[in-house]
Design a binder for this molecule. Structure first.
Ligand code: NAP
Length: 429
């Protein structure tokens, strides 16, 4: 009888998975959208489906050949979501297997991505290990929602003076008030910051310099994922513009305050990247700003991957440049987290389907309250500071991981740095 009940749950969950996958692939209007969603589905499992001769959808440029791949992906996702939602995979060792998987030696892309994958491993950092942060000033970009909000919340709860940077004054104030109420902290401040505008970044940094001459940590958390093609105020493609260029300029402007804080110990900088960096453009970082800004060549998933690869390359280069200054710079992937980041992945779907998808996703993704621990580790961990850990990349929860081989390309790292610096200096101040 128990077996029958179990089977019926699995069957229903598989049906739900099938429905979701069918909705994803069948309801799409154009082959481009089918490929796009297929890419999203395979983003976290970027393997070749050798049996039917399919490349990862991401790598397939020819639209006509993708129908079979989309169908195969839909079938696989149906079975996977079914087993996932029903809990049928727990305890089978499947998730720990995914946690350790290192496809083609390209790194453990799935390490800790979902909580289920973490079940066999201890967390690398817990809330109990958060030190007393009284007297420390920490700036978190994108602190009004999601991971940024919970990062600021935990920091404030442990005594830090936290400044949250957001592009909307109203959303910023609302979040700050909520954190103050939840933590009884009186030291949560707001700063207006639009990372899509150099003028806004400069204004934010100059205001901060007046109020906070010392900054103990800078958490580069804000980000935008797979929007339709758009441009920043300076004409950069939106994802590389906000996620990389904006944070690069902000960091350069705030370095004097971070250096000032090292008089009393080490300062830290955290680049919140993503395992999506494993699915950047084949070249890794495109060779020129013109190519990055070419709307005809724009692939929103690869452009997001490129911007997240840029976060890691930037963190590594900055770590090398600041290693003698007591400033530690690390990059993290927070996991697949239940936040608003997915909005552009589903905003074209009918409401009922996107709600069902979000609900299903939320049931097995990380809550941002816990997922924030990886970036908190890189910002305030006493172990990280005492061991002077810098230039590393972490997956949930606070476990060191090897990034994509592109991240080991020092020439690409230096080229990106030069390209970014040159572009910023051409814009004047
Ligand atoms: N959630 C995940 O599964 C996941 C996985 C891997 C990596 N990440 C990374 O984690 C970071 C935080 O994402 P999240 O999941 O917390 O997403 P989220 O809830 O969408 O938060 C993103 C934050 O970035 C801000 N932002 C977007 N564009 C901005 C701009 N031009 N200027 C200033 N702020 C801007 C947003 O402000 P508004 O509220 O005004 O839009 C928001 O505060 C991102 O860097 C993301 O790439 C997330």
């Amino acid at each position: 009888m128990f077996i029958a009940i179990g089977e019926s749950i699995v069957a229903r969950a598989a049906a739900l998975g099938g429905y979701i996958s069918f909705s994803l692939t069948a309801c799409l209007k154009t082959p481009y959208e089918q490929v796009h969603v297929g890419t999203l589905i395979t983003m976290y499992s970027n393997y070749r489906i050798e049996a039917c001769g399919c490349q990862p959808l991401l790598a397939r440029r020819a639209m006509g050949r993708c129908g079979g791949c989309a169908a195969a992906t839909a079938a696989l996702v149906a079975v996977f979501v079914g087993l996932l939602v029903s809990g049928g995979l727990k305890g089978t060792g499947f998730f720990p297997f995914l946690d350790r998987l290192n496809p083609a030696g390209r790194g453990q892309q799935l390490k800790g991505v979902f909580p289920a994958m973490h079940e066999a491993e201890a967390w690398g950092f817990t809330l109990a290990e958060m030190p007393d942060l009284s007297g420390q000033v920490i700036f978190v970009t994108g602190g009004n929602v999601g991971l940024g909000y919970w990062t600021a919340h935990h920091l404030a709860a442990h005594g830090a003076a936290v400044v949250i940077g957001c592009r909307s004054e109203a959303r910023c104030e609302k979040a700050a008030m909520q954190i103050r109420a939840e933590t009884a902290s009186q030291t949560v401040e707001t700063a207006l910051l639009d990372l899509a505008s150099f003028a806004s970044i400069r204004a934010c940094a100059s205001a901060l310099a007046k109020t906070h001459p010392r900054l103990n940590s800078l958490i580069l958390n804000a980000g935008v994922m797979i929007p339709p093609f758009g441009r920043t105020a300076e004409g950069l493609e939106m994802q590389i513009g906000v996620n990389h260029f904006g944070h690069f300029l902000l960091t350069q402007l705030l370095l004097p305050q971070l250096e000032a804080a090292t008089a009393a110990g080490v300062a830290t900088i955290v680049a919140v990247s993503s395992n999506a960096h494993f699915v950047s453009y084949p070249e890794g970082i495109l060779p020129s700003i013109e190519r990055m800004n070419d709307e005809q060549q724009y692939n929103r998933v690869q452009a997001y991957g490129q911007s997240k690869l840029a976060n890691i390359l930037f963190a590594q280069e900055l770590a090398a440049r600041t290693k003698d200054k007591n400033i530690l710079v690390n990059a993290v992937h927070p996991g697949a987290v239940d936040t608003d980041l997915l909005r552009h992945a589903i905003d074209w779907l009918p409401d009922a389907i996107s709600q069902a998808l979000l609900q299903a996703y939320g049931s097995f993704a990380w809550h941002p309250r816990e997922a924030a621990l990886t970036q908190l580790f890189a910002a305030v961990s006493p172990t990280l500071k005492s061991q002077r850990i810098t230039g590393k990349y972490y997956h949930p929860i606070a476990r060191e991981t090897t990034p994509d081989p592109h991240a080991a390309d020092e020439e690409m790292q230096r080229r990106l740095w030069r390209m970014t610096e040159d572009f910023i200096s051409q814009q004047g101040s």
